[in-house]
Write a new protein. Structure first.
Length: 245
């Protein structure tokens, strides 16, 4: 019996003239390490990449994104920003579920105790259409005005009021029917992906029980946050390519 298709969608832009700053491949590699997706699925990887603000570096940037994923077939789609890429990723997806993963997030080792197959099966059985992986320990804060445990679901998770473009698994059919209509076709950056969807598409779920530690880390590709910069250097050092920007 053929394995179902699952789409891993990576989102990036050419944020620097230096392709060594590209983090997208590390994001993808962290997903593979966390979930062992091919044990249950036929994995399809796409990189949705905005050439701006350094279009002259696009090809080198793409090669840098491929480097941490040796031997993997990666389809590259040029976009006009994150919202455009998000929309196109849903429109192009062949699978029932997809992971939406921005270039400067990584799944933290040991933070997720379930394989991909168990998560998507539980999502399908319980009507979960958006499962986010938190960059902080699980508590009601920010867009998450409440966080309610869902003991009936076969993996630990909480119902939350907020949606986010932070790393998440998404029900593709639901996103096509209920989410894309709130992302303007000409939108750029993250327009429509946060805040607006909370109001119109409803909340979602977050992986883990109350108090569960962060499941993902933000490497801050724009190098604006001191704490995330330390995480970026440490992460890249562990991957064997040093921590220099």
């Amino acid at each position: 019996m053929a394995r179902p298709v699952f789409n891993l969608n990576l989102f990036s832009n050419v944020a620097s003239a230096d392709p060594a700053r590209c983090l997208a491949g590390h994001a993808g590699a962290s997903f593979l390490a966390a979930f062992d997706p091919e044990a249950s699925h036929d994995l399809r990887i796409r990189l949705f990449c905005d050439p701006n603000p350094h279009p002259e570096t696009l090809e080198a940037w793409i090669e840098a994104a491929r480097a941490p994923l040796p031997g993997r077939e990666i389809e590259v789609v040029e976009t006009h920003g994150l919202a455009d890429g998000y929309r196109r990723s849903i429109e192009m997806a062949e699978g029932d579920f997809a992971c939406q993963l921005e270039h400067d997030f990584v799944f933290l080792p040991g933070a997720i105790g379930h394989r991909l197959g168990a998560l998507v099966e539980g999502m399908a059985a319980h009507g979960i259409d958006h499962l986010r992986f938190n960059k902080r320990w699980n508590r009601a804060v920010g867009y998450d005005h409440f966080m309610t445990p869902q003991p009936q679901v076969p993996f630990p998770c909480c119902r939350v009021s907020g949606r986010s473009n932070n790393p998440h698994l998404v029900d593709v059919a639901h996103a096509r029917a209920r989410t894309l209509q709130f992302i303007p076709p000409g939108a750029r950056k993250a327009e429509g992906l946060e805040g607006v969807l909370d109001l119109y598409a409803g909340g979602g779920h977050v992986y883990g029980a109350l108090g569960h530690p962060a499941a993902v880390g933000h490497l801050d590709g724009r190098a604006r946050r001191w704490r995330d910069g330390i995480r970026r250097r440490l992460w890249l050092a562990r991957q064997g390519r040093g921590g220099d920007d």
